[in-house]
Write a protein that binds this ligand. Structure first.
Ligand SMILES: [Zn+2]
Length: 71
């Protein structure tokens, strides 16, 4: 079952209206809207880039520490 991108609540498929509706906040998503929302949620490009930079930074710090440690 997919989850609401707004509140994380459970979504149920409404066959009659052909959309998902959130049990918690009442948000509704069509299938297209949901997949689009999920895609945005799972691939935040800027965040991914930021994370990559952060990892690189952490790696550099670790590397420098290691270097010092081996003196
Ligand atoms: Zn919700």
């Amino acid at each position: 079952m997919p989850y609401c991108t707004e509140c994380g609540g459970r979504l149920t498929w409404d066959r009659k209206l052909k959309h998902y509706s959130c049990q918690s906040c009442g948000m509704t998503f069509t299938e297209a809207e949901l997949s689009e929302a999920l895609e945005r949620l799972h691939t935040p490009r800027e965040d991914a880039e930021e994370l990559k930079n952060k990892r690189h930074q952490e790696y550099l710090e670790w590397w420098l520490k290691e270097k010092k440690g081996h003196k």
